[in-house]
Design a protein around this ligand. Structure first.
Ligand code: MTE
Ligand code: MO
Length: 369
């Protein structure tokens, strides 16, 4: 079922492969920045190249365990795409030199962004185009048109999500519009998958084929990456089979203003701004910040938070009373609608593949009162 027909597609679509592993912030489609959405420019994360796909040759194939036979049921969804590498730099700093090759991807706060996507639920496409899937179908695999290099092999980007996620209403969308404009190439034009509440990796860009399959995708991004290994697993035992696949993202938060190491001249209070998000369809209920590394906590007034949302972050602001002068450690923690909160220190969140840094975000600032 899984054919990495990269070469064929590469040629047929005239794709050029530009390897670009870096994050780029972009503002091209974000001229209007409604409050809820864009405190940060929306990030771009690619594993391989970024293909140019001519719209007139583009076709989406759906195959595998489907019944054969389009119509459209368009929806608009607002959601966070969060790379599980968000804030990885904190794990790298905790145990320098440890962790897998992802040490080369030292992301900070950038790889999390909220946008509005327009598209059609995959559930409906499957129903209308193929009469649904068969009982053996347990996962849907998405193949991207971009090529991806790993251990001297070249693959198409391929990931999967469980069918039960697809069956839920409006949680897996085939999207062609972002923030009211055509999806930019860097975010997967002409068509991408967006998956609510899951790690960004499942939201396959440049999707050209969808396979209904019985087991999760064997594509390297699904089977060998984005795995969570507990810290008790020694370095030699970070075998893929000892890791579990990261899907829903936990509750996490970040202080985006002020910046780490900033000097702040103030008159007894410091204003903090940030985001708090939880995956899995949970919204953020409560946010607290501490000006002394976690002894005294101040709760953010719910009126100073953007609205509750199943799939999007809440942005917040708070004035924290501060008398002390000199270096202070500020941190933030949130609770979600399942009453989950965040590990206090990054060492509790540390894992061998350096994913999901959900511990309390900490910054140091120099207070001049
Ligand atoms: N889809 C394809 N085809 N190729 C990729 O490299 N990167 C994934 C996902 N979809 C990727 C992809 C990862 S790891 C993330 S975090 C999100 O896209 C980032 O989406 P964005 O670039 O629109 O921010
Ligand atoms: Mo990612």
């Amino acid at each position: 079922l899984i054919g990495y027909r990269w070469k064929e597609y590469h040629e047929a679509l005239g794709l050029k492969s530009v390897v670009d592993f870096s994050w780029k912030s972009r503002s091209e489609s974000l001229e209007e920045k409604p409050d809820l959405l864009h405190v940060l420019d929306f990030p771009v994360r690619n594993h391989g190249g970024s293909p140019d796909i001519a719209e007139d040759v583009f076709e989406l194939e759906i195959g595998g365990l489907v019944n054969k036979s389009v119509n459209q049921m368009e929806v608009t969804v607002t959601l966070v795409l969060q790379c599980s590498g968000t804030r990885r730099i904190e794990q790298i700093n905790e145990y320098p030199g440890d962790g897998e090759e992802l040490i080369n991807a030292p992301w900070g706060l950038i790889p999390t962004g909220t946008a509005v996507y327009r598209g059609v639920p995959l559930k409906k496409v499957l129903k209308i185009a193929c009469g649904g899937v068969t009982d053996e179908c347990k996962h849907l695999e998405f193949i991207g048109a971009d090529t991806y290099f790993k251990k001297n092999n070249v693959f198409n980007y391929a990931v999967s999500v469980p069918y039960r996620k697809v069956r839920a209403n409006e949680e897996v969308i085939l999207a062609w519009e972002m923030n009211g404009k055509p999806l930019p190439k860097s975010h997967g034009a002409p068509l991408r998958v967006v998956v609510t509440g899951y790690i960004g990796a499942r939201s396959c860009k440049w999707v050209y084929r969808i396979n209904a399959i019985a087991e999760p995708s064997m594509g390297p991004v699904q089977a060998q990456e984005y795995l969570y290994y507990t810290s008790q697993i020694g370095k030699q035992n970070t075998k893929y089979s000892n890791g579990f696949s990261i899907q829903n993202m936990p509750v996490s938060s970040a202080i985006i203003s002020p910046r780490d190491k900033q000097v702040i001249v103030h008159e007894g209070k410091i204003t903090l701004k940030g985001w708090s998000y939880s995956g899995g369809g949970n919204w953020v209920e409560r946010v607290e910040v501490s000006p002394d590394g976690g002894s005294v906590w101040y709760a953010v007034d719910p009126d100073d938070m953007t609205e509750k949302h199943y799939h999007a972050w809440r942005l917040w602001t708070i004035d924290v009373p501060v008398d002390a002068e000199g270096w202070l450690e500020f941190c933030v923690r949130s609770w979600d609608s399942s009453n989950n909160t965040e590990p206090t220190f990054v060492r509790s969140a540390w894992n061998w593949d350096l994913h999901v840094t959900s511990s309390c975000h900490r910054i140091k600032i120099y207070s001049v009162n």
